[in-house]
Design a protein around this ligand. Structure first.
Ligand SMILES: NC(=O)c1ccc[n+]([C@@H]2O[C@H](COP(=O)([O-])OP(=O)(O)OC[C@H]3O[C@@H](n4cnc5c(N)ncnc54)[C@H](OP(=O)(O)O)[C@@H]3O)[C@@H](O)[C@H]2O)c1
Length: 275
C-alpha cells in the first residue's frame, strides 16, 4: 500500500523512521513538503520519495494519506486535494482539527470525504515512546483501522476512543501530559539542588526516579496505587512526603489541569476548523 505524508516535519520523520524499522518499504512512502531542505533530508535519511506538491487524488487510490502539517497550515495544504480523493484513507495527526472540518475541506460541495481517522499523539512519539489516542469516523472499515493502527504504532502505543470529543480528554491527559511530567522532574530536581546536590546529580536523581518508577509501573501487575502503598510504611519518610503533597492539594490540582487542557483543546478545535 502506498502511504503519502502531507508535511515532512518532526512528527512525519518520527513516524517514517519507526515505520521503516517495522518493515514498511521506503519505496511505498511519499512525502509532500513545501520545504526543499525537509524533502532532501527525508530522502537522504530514509530513501523515501519526496515532492513539493501532492499527487493527484487518483494516484493515492487504495492508499493512505497522513496529514502531518501544523493545524494552522492544514486548510491551505488540503486545497489542491479538495474533491479529488475517492477511497483514500486519510489519517490526521494534527492537534485539535476535527474530522467534520477536514472532511469538508477535502470533499466536494455537499459531499465531504468520510474515510477519516483522527489521532492525537504526544511528543515522546519522536523517540518511538509515545501514546496516541485514535478515533475512526463511521466511514472507516476494520481494514482502514488496522492500517491507521500499523502506521501510528510506529510512534508507540495506541488506544482507540469511540467518540471524537474524547480526543480533547486525550489531549488533556497524554497530549499535554509530558509537560506535567517535565514540570514534576523540574520540581524534584530543584528540591535535590536545595538539599545540596550538584546540578548533574540533581538531574540524574530526578530523571532516573521518574524513568524507573514509570518502567516499574509498566512492568508490574500491581496498579500504581498498590506500588505506592508498598513504598509507604506507616509513619515513615514517604508517608510524611505524601501527607505534605495531599495537604497542598496535589491530586486535585492535576485533575483541574487536565480539565483546563481538555477545555482549551475544544476551543482550539473550533478556532482551527473555521473556514
Ligand atoms: N511534534 C509533536 O510532538 C506533535 C504531537 C502531537 C501532534 N502533533 C501534530 O503533528 C503535526 C505536525 O507537527 P510537526 O511538529 O511535525 O510540525 P512541523 O515540524 O512544522 O512539520 C510540518 C511540515 O509541513 C510543511 N508544510 C507546511 N505547509 C505545507 C503544505 N501546504 N504542503 C506541504 N507541506 C507543508 C512545513 O514546512 P514549513 O516548515 O516550511 O512550514 C513543515 O516542514 C501538527 O499538526 C501537530 O499538531 C505533533
Amino acid at each position: 500500500m502506498n502511504i503519502t505524508f502531507l508535511g515532512g516535519g518532526n512528527m512525519a520523520s518520527a513516524l517514517i523512521g519507526g515505520m521503516i524499522e517495522r518493515g514498511f518499504e521506503a519505496a511505498s512512502i511519499l512525502v509532500v513538503d513545501i520545504d526543499a531542505a525537509s524533502r532532501e533530508r527525508l530522502h537522504a535519511r530514509f530513501g523515501v520519495r519526496a515532492r513539493a506538491a501532492p499527487e493527484d487524488g487518483a494516484a493515492m487510490e487504495g492508499g493512505a494519506l497522513v496529514l502531518a502539517v501544523k493545524p494552522q497550515q492544514m486548510k491551505t495544504a488540503l486545497a489542491p486535494l479538495a474533491g479529488t480523493l475517492r477511497d483514500t484513507l486519510v489519517i490526521s495527526i494534527a492537534a485539535g482539527l476535527r474530522l467534520a472540518d477536514l472532511g469538508r475541506w477535502l470533499g466536494k460541495e455537499g459531499a465531504p470525504h468520510t474515510r477519516l481517522v483522527r489521532c492525537m499523539p504526544n511528543t515522546p512519539a519522536l523517540i518511538g515512546a509515545g501514546v496516541t489516542g485514535m478515533y475512526a469516523a463511521p466511514g472507516v472499515d476494520a481494514a482502514g483501522r488496522e492500517t491507521a493502527e500499523r502506521i501510528l504504532a510506529a510512534a508507540g502505543s495506541i488506544i482507540w476512543v469511540d467518540d471524537e470529543a474524547r480526543l480533547d480528554a486525550v489531549t488533556g491527559v497524554s497530549g499535554s501530559g509530558p509537560a506535567y511530567v517535565f514540570h514534576f522532574i523540574e520540581a524534584l530536581e530543584a528540591a535535590a539542588l536545595a538539599h545540596g546536590f550538584d546540578a548533574a546529580a540533581a538531574r540524574r536523581l530526578a530523571i532516573d526516579t521518574v524513568l524507573g518508577a514509570a518502567r516499574l509501573a509498566a512492568a508490574s501487575e500491581d496498579p500504581p496505587s498498590a506500588l505506592r502503598e508498598k513504598v509507604t510504611s506507616k509513619g515513615g519518610a514517604t508517608a510524611a512526603a505524601l501527607a505534605s503533597l495531599a495537604a497542598a492539594g496535589w491530586g486535585g490540582a492535576l485533575i483541574d489541569a487536565v480539565a483546563a487542557a481538555a477545555a482549551r483543546s475544544r476551543e482550539l478545535g473550533e478556532e482551527f476548523g473555521q473556514d
